[in-house]
Design a protein around this ligand. Structure first.
Ligand code: PNS
Length: 159
């Protein structure tokens, strides 16, 4: 049976940390769905379609990736799509408590669903979309935080 997993997130915007996790997942599993949370209540800086387009460009070199938007419960979406596991990156101990809670909620809501944590690449342990937004809005250099192919697009929207 083919393994289909999901890398879910806000991706507002995508960072090199996200791409590292997606790339590693794409080597481990047959199909990787990148699920962009469509939740306008979170007031994202980029629309759902913009976040998906940035991800499409940044993952263009990977052939087993599908970029989708989802709303509602991740547990329901994964059931509908026949996805067997969630793949998430863990940057630091501080991520663990929140991610562990999410994993347990998801397991209760969809007992067939596993959550797999990949250890963050040490180069990206500090990296977050909110940090990128703050640096860009204050005129800083974000070139070591986001994929080169979408750098200008992200910077122009944030500065
Ligand atoms: O990049 P983020 O913001 O940390 O991603 C969080 C995300 C999208 C993975 C999480 O908010 C999510 O799964 N939202 C959907 C609602 C849901 O199923 N929540 C889990 C049970 S509380």
């Amino acid at each position: 049976m083919k393994t289909k997993v999901i890398c879910p997130g806000s991706f507002d915007p995508v960072t090199l940390g996200h791409i590292d996790i997606i790339t590693r997942a794409s080597k481990m599993f047959d199909q990787v769905v990148v699920g962009v949370l469509n939740n306008p209540a979170k007031n994202p800086s980029f629309t759902t379609e913009e976040r998906m387009e940035l991800l499409r460009k940044a993952t263009a070199g990977l052939d087993n990736i599908e970029i989708v938007a989802f709303d509602g419960l991740l547990a329901d979406y994964t059931r509908e799509r026949g996805i067997t596991a969630i793949v998430k990156g863990l940057r630091a101990v501080s991520d663990f408590e929140y991610e562990f809670q999410q994993a347990l909620f998801n397991k209760k809501l969809n007992p067939a669903l596993e959550t797999i944590f990949l250890t963050s690449n040490s180069d990206f342990m500090y990296l977050s979309s909110s940090g990128v937004k703050q640096v860009a809005s204050l005129g800083g250099d974000i070139s070591s935080f986001v994929p080169e192919c979408v750098h200008d697009e992200i910077l122009n929207r944030l500065k």
